[in-house]
Every structure is written in C-alpha cells, then in structure tokens.
Design a protein around this ligand. Structure first.
Ligand code: HEM
Length: 443
C-alpha cells in the first residue's frame, strides 16, 4: 500500500499556491491522478477522494476512524460556533445530536412551512416589474428572517440588514481559508480580526438575551429554541446556556446561508434555461393556480423538487466535506496515516461523467425516482452522509421548494446582461458579486 499518486507541488508550500489560485479547477484536475490522490499543503498531508465507494467509507462505513478536518478547528470558526453540532466530536457530539434530533423531526419542521411561505410573500410584496435586483442578496435576507423566526420566534425584518451585515462580516475571514494564515492559526490582533471578534460578541449578546428571556418566561413558543431548551437526556440533564448558545449559533449559521445559496443558484439556472423555467411555471399553475403553496402541496410540486436537487448537484452550497484520520486506517487500498486530512468534493463528484450523463447540463428531469435510483450511493451527497449528515436537510428542501413556488408564482427573472455571474468557493459556494437579475411580474 504505497502513498496515493498526486502532484508534488513546490518544496515548501506543496500545492498551496495552485489550490488558492483556482480551487475548483485544481481539485477537478487532480481527479486525473486516480480515485485517491495525495497532495501536501506545507507540512499537512491531504487525500482527495473521487470514488463514491471511498466517500462512503469516509462518511459512513469507517466514520469511526475520523474526526472533522482541522480547517474547522480554526479559532475564528470556533469563536463563532463553539462546540455546536457541526464542530463537536465523540460522546459530546452524540449527546447533543440526540437532544437536538426531535426538533428536526419531519412533523415539527412541517409546522414551519407557513412561516416560510408567509415571509416569502411579504418579501416580494414590494417588488416591481422591470426592477434590477441582486437575487442572492434577497434570498440571504429572506432565509435569515426565516431562520430567526423558526429558531427564536422573533421577527427581525426591520433589523435584518443589520444582523445580516454583522454576519457577512463574520464570514469574511473564511474567504482565505486555505492560506498560510488559516493553516497556522494566526491569532494576531489585526484590525480585521478585531472587527470579527467584536461582531461575534455583538451576536452573542443578542443570543444570550434571547435565551435568558425564554428561560424566564418558560413558555413553549413552538420554535427550535424551545425544543432545545426542553430537550432532556435519559438522566434528566439539559443543555447549559453556553451549550445552547453554541447550538443556536450553529443552526443560525448553517441554517440560512446554504439554503439562500441553493435558492440563488436555482433562480440563476432557471433564468438561463427557458425550457425548464416554462415547465416550472406550468407545474405552479397546475398544482396551485393562484393559491399560495402549503406543506400539503409538497408531494405534488415534483418539478420544483427536481429543480432543487439538480441545483444542489451543479452548485452544491457545501462543495466539500473534510475529515482527519484519528488513527491509522485504510481507504481505497491505500494506508492512511493518523493526522491525514481527507476531502471529498461535491463539486467534482456531482459533475463526474462516470455517474451523470452530460454532467454540465442543467436537467431537472434526471431526478425522476427511477433514474435517481440507478446512481451509486455517494455520487450525490449535497447534505453529506452517515452519522454527521446534515440535520437540517428536510428543513432545507422544504424551504427551497416552498420559496421557489411562492416567488415563482408571481415573478420570473432574467439575468442582468451587464453582470457576469462567477462562483467563489469560500466556506460555501457563493456567487462572487451576487446574482444581478431583472424581475418580471407574471400576474
Ligand atoms: C441547502 C442547504 C444545506 C446544505 C447544502 C447543507 C449541507 C450540509 C452538509 C454537507 C453537512 C455535513 C458536513 C460534514 O459532514 O462535514 C451539514 C451538516 C449540518 N447541517 Fe446542513 N446543510 C443545509 C441546510 C441546513 C439547515 C437548514 C440546517 C439547520 C436548520 C443545517 C444544519 C446543519 C447541522 C447542525 C449540521 C451538523 C450535523 C452534525 O454533525 O450532527 N443545515 N450540512
């Protein structure tokens, strides 16, 4: 079992420079070396996995040999989400996941459907025909309002921009995630860092205030915070304020940007694929007429769901998952030394011609049940998989479909010809300068 093949890179930096210059292109080109590819970032050894069988081993069958990748352990990220579900490990994570799981049961989540539709309707009430909009910004604001309502039963619409701006400040440092600075965990008090830590403190104050108010009132608001506050382990213990804060921040962050991106890329793809767009509107007319959608319509909004799935294939908001080997193990016939960082890229595997016909084409039709069943497991994994699979996947799919339906009933969008849409792979897969569109009112 030799070391997997891969590029040598430069003596000191390894492949850091190539990776930083064109992350998505670089990790795509590396596939030519084989299913398991070795590369080095300074002193850190990484394996990139391109075969669904090995991705399954990483996330599911041999998950016990791994923790989350070290890039998640940056002090920046830790200050934001602490020991929340995304970052915690071992018995602590298992307990937290057990406590949080009931809050994400289908039935409970379904009760948020009306909020989603109502908020989407409210957001578009002032939109006009022929307006220039940044639909990515619109979707971020809308999903932010929805996550705050479903988490805290609180309406921040008047305050959305403020909290939104504070949050966008928070995620900026992650733009340089593979740089030297990131890997060496630089803690120097630069002005950017100071701004970041001040912004987190501001969000902290808001969150702790909300927790204290809820504990004092003891009232079940029917939101996620109430569920987490009431959750009890077998021995009767509950979460401390600090744990609650970490989980709430995690859900706040994980729960809106990804969904906003899925929606933004959906509008982009619909605007550039008139045939799919037409089918989309035909389905809305047939299923809903002029009526607003509700959770009960979800099983009938089949084409909307296929659009969502196809968007998550081509523009997966989480475009990579990473792990670190906590013991020596084996993958795809290669030895994995303890400490190796392993990555699987949704961006690459979802566009692999071995699994998807015409992989670059936007074809929602490929998601009919029979065709989807023929895919190898883990050729498509927008929500990850195994024990650490996204806890919010049903929440996200419901939100994407309901928002597409609510907004799509009233508007279609064309791309602003003066603007070029570009992908920017930071912590998530974002449009570099937004997605500028012109709105067209339908009725
Ligand atoms: C389209 C939207 C979304 C995408 C693409 C997405 C993607 C993912 C992925 C890939 C993971 C696994 C990461 C890993 O294995 O390293 C994950 C985990 C997670 N997601 Fe999502 N997510 C989305 C929406 C949401 C929503 C709406 C919520 C909450 C309301 C959420 C909460 C979480 C949490 C808490 C975890 C960590 C679970 C654990 O480790 O136990 N996500 N997500």
């Amino acid at each position: 079992m030799t070391v997997p093949p891969g590029p040598k890179g430069s003596l000191i930096m390894g492949v850091m420079r190539e990776f930083n210059r064109d992350t998505l292109g670089f990790v795509t080109r590396l596939r030519d070396y084989g299913d398991v590819v070795h590369s080095r970032f300074l002193y850190i050894h990484a394996y990139f996995l391109y075969n669904p069988r090995d991705i399954e081993s990483l996330l599911t069958t041999n998950a016990k040999s791994y923790h989350k990748a070290r890039s998640l352990r940056s002090p920046f990220f830790y200050r934001l989400v602490g020991n929340g579900l995304v970052t915690s490990e071992g018995d602590f994570w298992r307990r937290q996941r057990r406590l949080a799981q009931p809050a994400f049961h289908r039935q409970r989540i379904s009760s948020y459907g009306d909020v989603m539709v109502q908020y989407a309707e409210r957001a578009i009430a002032n939109w006009n025909d022929g307006e220039h909009r940044d639909i990515a910004r619109d979707m971020t604001r809308l999903t932010l309002e929805i996550v705050v309502k479903t988490l805290f039963n609180s309406d921040i619409s008047s305050d959305a921009d403020h909290v939104g701006n504070t949050l966008s400040l928070l995620v900026k440092p992650f733009a340089s995630q593979a740089t030297l600075k990131w890997i060496l965990d630089n803690r120097l008090p630069t002005p950017g860092h100071r701004r970041y830590f001040n912004a987190v403190s501001e969000i902290d104050r808001i969150v702790f205030r909300m927790i204290a108010e809820r504990r004092a009132s003891g009232y079940d608001e029917g939101d996620l915070l109430s569920m987490l506050l009431q959750a009890q382990d077998d021995d009767g213990t509950q979460m401390t304020d600090a744990q609650l804060r970490d989980e709430v921040m995690t859900l706040f962050l994980a729960g809106h940007e990804t969904t906003a991106l899925a929606l933004s890329w959906s509008w982009y793809l619909l605007a550039t694929h008139p045939e799919a767009e037409k089918k989309f509107h035909t389905e809305l007319d047939e299923v809903l007429g002029r009526r607003l959608p509700a959770v009960a319509d979800l099983p009938k909004l089949k084409y909307c769901e296929m659009i969502a799935k196809e968007t998550l294939r081509l523009y997966p908001p989480a475009y990579a998952v990473g792990r670190e080997a906590i013991e020596e193990t084996e993958i795809g016939g290669f030895r994995v030394p303890k400490g190796t960082q392993l990555f699987a890229f949704q961006w690459v595997t979802h566009r692999d011609a071995r699994y998807f016909e015409e992989p670059a084409a936007f074809k929602p039709e490929r998601w009919t049940a029979e065709r989807a069943e023929q895919l190898p497991k883990y050729a498509y994994f927008p929500f990850g998989g195994g024990p650490r699979q996204c806890i919010g996947n049903y929440f996200a799919m419901m939100e994407i479909v309901l928002l597409l339906a609510t907004i799509g009933q009233r508007f279609r969008f064309s791309l602003d010809p003066a603007h070029t849409v570009e992908v920017l792979p930071v912590l998530s897969l974002r449009p570099k300068d937004g997605i500028k569109v012109v709105s067209h009112r339908l009725h």
